[in-house]
Design a binder for this molecule. Sequence first.
Ligand SMILES: [Zn+2]
Length: 94
Amino acid sequence: MNNKRKGFPPGMQQKLKINIDPDTLPPVVCAKCGWSVFIQANIIKRIDALHSPTGKPQPFIIPVLFCTRCETMFTSDNMIRIDEYQKLKKANTQ
Ligand SMILES: [Zn+2]
């Protein structure tokens, strides 16, 4: 058995290959205001020395998204497709 061809070239192992064409995905908007532009920021948590792989306190970075219009934090809970938002808005005005 030839093991030389096994695996990926260096640097490739960590990359997840996802065969999704972004053009086919439905756009999502802010559930509060319907806006579709978000800015990324980070929440920093502290990993205490006891739980840190280096034995020293480490920052633990959690990226978060904010709507650039109403500044609502964007999570999977308030992620809504644009057509769903329009339907909701229509229902609320009736
Ligand atoms: Zn918004």
